[in-house]
Write a protein that binds this ligand. Structure first.
Ligand code: SF4
Length: 368
């Protein structure tokens, strides 16, 4: 797409811009493979600003691959709690254990070995290996694809009709072999800061002279918006025991879903973490929750269910309404593996944002 001299100018301009304007991010302070890997996993589906405090806390508690591999899984999840997409944390620890067992505790240097680790796909392998080891692997994520599509004025859905492999080819052609790590980061940075989905700032762009979309006035309309999946509405009801000391009861992480359907099961919605007894409501929240409560705690009778303000939550394309019910009880019921803890502070266990919202609602007056 570019002549050799244009390609050379293109690379020079982008790298010079990156060197001058890149954001000061904690994972850019060194190229330690563990840190690069951790940042890449945390940044999947997560904004930079949201990931930073988690990254810093995680590294403080698990400064090495070894310490992560040996940590209790619940502790790893606790430090991940709130970041979402918890399979990332589970895979991260499994991969750390494999790295310790098979690679002497150091992130492997080949693409094949990296791809064999849990949670590492083509994009993540390329990002880690190029940044940490300067391997000549071009990254292609949403940000980079948008930039490349605009540079070549590629119209249509980037994920269909073979456009993605072509973009991967373009990314590989443009990759600067002298500094693959900086090059990949520069393209990602351009997509994240100037060549943004809405209102790209072409006037500040270091590669504007090579951009077809800008010349054709198409920058704002490329790439074509993907059709959104229809939202699935789900209603959940949760049971919140409260004893006179303000303590409540959480159940341990539910098992993996048995079936795979387009509709998430309750265990998935709870991110398979510690949670209040929760059911999906089909018709009558209180009645169905009563039946569930009776199954869990057959010895409890005449419980008074006090509705708390409802809460809203979203997980991917699921729009969830949560109906928490409080039960004020002189003594929390006993259940093997359940844990009691203060309703106002559940931080000692790994919980999902959904469970956090239930706790918050249950702490509010009913009139709200
Ligand atoms: Fe993106 Fe505009 Fe730069 Fe083209 S000129 S790459 S559309 S910011």
């Amino acid at each position: 797409m570019l002549s050799s001299s244009s390609l050379s100018r293109f690379r020079k301009n982008l790298l010079a811009w990156f060197s001058q304007f890149q954001r000061d991010l904690p994972w850019r302070r060194d190229k330690d493979p563990y840190r690069v890997w951790l940042s890449e996993i945390m940044l999947q589906q997560t904004r930079v600003a949201a990931a930073i405090p988690y990254y810093l806390r995680f590294l403080e508690r698990f400064p090495t691959v070894q310490s992560l591999a040996e940590a209790p899984p619940q502790e790893v999840l606790r430090l991940w709690a709130g970041l979402g997409y918890y399979s990332r944390a589970r895979n991260l620890q499994k991969a750390a254990q494999e790295i310790v067992a098979r690679h002497h505790g150091i992130f492997p240097q080949t693409e094949e070995q990296a791809l064999a680790l849990p949670g590492i796909g083509v994009y993540t392998a390329a990002a880690i290996l190029s940044i940490a080891y300067e391997k000549k692997l071009a990254v292609l994520d949403g940000n980079v694809a948008r930039v490349l599509a605009r540079l070549d004025a590629v119209t249509g859905d980037l994920r269909s009709n073979g456009r993605w492999p072509k973009l991967q080819q373009t990314a590989s052609t443009l990759l600067d072999p002298c500094c693959p790590g900086d090059w990949n980061q520069a393209l990602m940075e351009l997509g994240a800061t100037l060549c943004t989905p809405r209102s790209p700032q072409c006037r500040l762009c270091p590669v504007a002279e090579s951009c077809e979309a800008r010349k054709l006035g198409l920058a704002g309309s490329i790439p074509e918006k993907r059709k959104k999946r229809d939202t699935v509405e789900i209603v959940l009801a949760s049971l919140v025991f409260i004893d006179p000391k303000g303590r409540t009861l959480l159940l341990p992480p539910p098992k993996s879903p048995q079936k795979s359907t387009s509709r998430a099961d309750v265990a998935t919605l709870l991110s398979r973490m510690w949670h209040f007894p929760t059911i999906e409501v089909h018709q009558n929240a209180e009645l169905e929750l009563r039946q569930h409560t009776h199954k869990l705690f057959p010895a409890l009778a005449n419980l008074h269910f006090v509705p708390a303000p409802k809460a809203r939550h979203a997980v991917t394309f699921h729009s969830i309404t949560i109906l928490p019910f409080r039960i004020y009880i002189p003594k929390l019921p006993r259940l093997a593996s359940a844990k009691s803890l203060p309703l106002a502070d559940l931080s000692s266990l790994p919980i999902s944002n959904l469970t956090r919202k239930v706790a918050l609602s249950a702490s509010l007056p009913s009139s709200m």
